[in-house]
Design a protein around this ligand. Structure first.
Ligand SMILES: [Zn+2]
Length: 463
């Protein structure tokens, strides 16, 4: 059993007013809200760090199981009640501590927001204090953990957000109601949303349980991010391996062909798919050349220079969308074979590459992309109950996938056949098998998973 998570995003509409967007004043309210919530979190973070001994308190209780008094760590609910009793003015507690009077500093803040701030602060304080004590025990001079920052995207728990997502015929919700801070008071306000059928279906999918959304504010956009979780029951890989009809889907990640997918069942490759980068590597290289040139002209990396920032953003987007596209292609294959195991090679640490600066930067981006594809594909596949196995990448591109002999890679330069490490093709000196090198590597991943050929003795020794 495990849990898969995904995020469904709902954009608030900040277009021109006449096009149905929100006015700028309302946009400023969102910033004021995030801001005051950060301050509230900072208040409680300071409060708990000033009372660190309370966080470490042990509570005695009577254990029904052991029929005796025992002690346990104080729970975060107890900490919350304790914190509220000393910081918030109520009928039962009319006099909060003088220097920690939350009610005075943040009048009228809805209690849902306050409690969220307290819970966040408890989490942050706990992890900071335990990091600190670990560091003190280690006796190191450097690397002292810094005080945690209080900044977070606000979570909109029930009572601070209202959105009607039931479909009323063709009518879809066009507004979301948020409890927001204007800078002086707390009010409910309507915000237009970019709702569509896709969003609604995805969010209302009954197998995915939705959590309270987070408000993500960026320079030019604002979105509600709904995290969704789903319980997954997937077989363990050792169990799956017992099944003689097990289907394995192996993925070799590369640069030109971002992914070469091969599917194997009962010793036969039953499907192969090449997912090309559609020229991404070349495009990215050209952009990076422009960036490197600009940096060189000014003699240093230009931090914050407008156009370079835009180029970087563009590159990040290109990588991001390519990663999602390839991950989707991989999971589409997995979806065809329920109960299959997805096989990746463990991503290697890449040595610093040679060549020009732009070439090195491009290599780095390509490696990041591979990491992203790997991560997204794993997550998306897991939501379909497909588990992922990671195998040792040793030798996958150098050995023959037919007979296991060490072969060589070559390429054609014009008509001339040249043997090079980066060759596009693979040839075996023993069985004379020739294949596209990445395809050969992809098939080898299945061998590695089943520990066949040259992987066997080595794995046995190490295991
Ligand atoms: Zn061979």
């Amino acid at each position: 059993m495990g849990q898969a998570t995904r995020t469904t995003k709902l954009a608030l509409h900040f277009g021109k007013r006449e096009e149905g967007g929100v006015n700028t004043g309302k946009r400023a309210y969102l910033e004021a809200t995030a801001d005051v919530l950060n301050q509230a979190r900072a208040f409680y973070l300071d409060f708990f760090l000033a009372h660190a001994q309370k966080l470490a308190e042990r509570v005695s209780y009577y254990s029904e199981k052991y029929l005796e008094m025992r002690t346990r760590a104080i729970s975060s609910n107890e900490l919350l009640t304790w914190a509220e009793a000393h910081t918030v003015e109520t009928r039962e507690h009319p006099h909060p501590w003088e220097e920690w009077n939350f009610s005075k500093r943040f009048p009228q803040m809805p209690f849902v927001y306050r409690r969220a701030a307290i819970k966040d602060a408890i989490g942050k304080a706990h992890s900071y204090l335990s990091n600190l004590s670990r560091w003190e025990k280690s006796g190191k001079n450097h690397g002292r953990p810094g005080r945690p920052s209080a900044g977070n995207h606000p979570t909109l728990y029930e009572g601070t957000v209202e959105i009607d997502l039931e479909s009323h015929g063709k009518e879809r919700a066009r507004f979301v109601r948020l409890k927001i801070y204007t800078g002086t008071t707390w009010i409910w306000a309507n915000y237009p949303i970019k709702n569509n059928r896709y969003f609604q279906q995805r969010l209302n999918d009954p197998v995915w349980e939705k959590q309270s959304p987070k408000l993500i504010l960026r320079k030019t956009s604002a979105e509600l991010h709904f995290s969704q979780t789903r319980e997954i029951s997937a077989k363990k890989i050792v169990e799956s391996k017992q099944d003689p009809d097990l289907v394995t889907v192996a993925v070799d990640l590369n640069v030109k062909f971002l992914a070469v997918i091969t599917v194997r069942q009962r010793d036969r490759i039953i499907e192969s798919r090449f997912v090309s980068d559609k020229g991404l590597d070349q495009q990215r290289y050209r952009h990076l050349k422009r960036i490197a040139k600009k940096q060189w002209l000014t003699g240093k990396p230009v931090k914050g220079e407008q156009s370079n920032q835009q180029l970087w953003r563009h590159i990040r987007r290109m990588n991001e969308s390519a990663a999602h596209r390839v991950a989707r292609a991989i999971t589409t294959v997995c979806a065809k074979y329920p109960g299959c195991v997805l096989v990746f090679e463990r991503l290697r640490k890449i040595r610093r590459s040679e060549g020009s600066k732009s070439r090195r930067m491009n290599r780095k981006q390509a490696n990041q992309l591979r990491g992203k594809i790997n991560q997204y594909a794993k997550e998306k596949a897991y939501a379909l109950s497909t588990v992922t196995a990671e195998v040792n990448p040793h030798g996958t591109s150098q050995y023959c996938s037919r007979c296991g002999t060490r072969g060589e890679r070559f390429s054609y330069l014009g008509d001339k056949r040249v043997t090079v490490k980066w060759g596009k093709l693979f040839t075996c000196p023993v069985c004379h098998y020739e294949a596209q090198a990445d395809h050969n590597a992809s098939i080898n991943l299945h061998h590695s998973f089943y520990q066949e050929y040259h992987w066997q003795p080595r794995l046995k020794r190490s295991g």
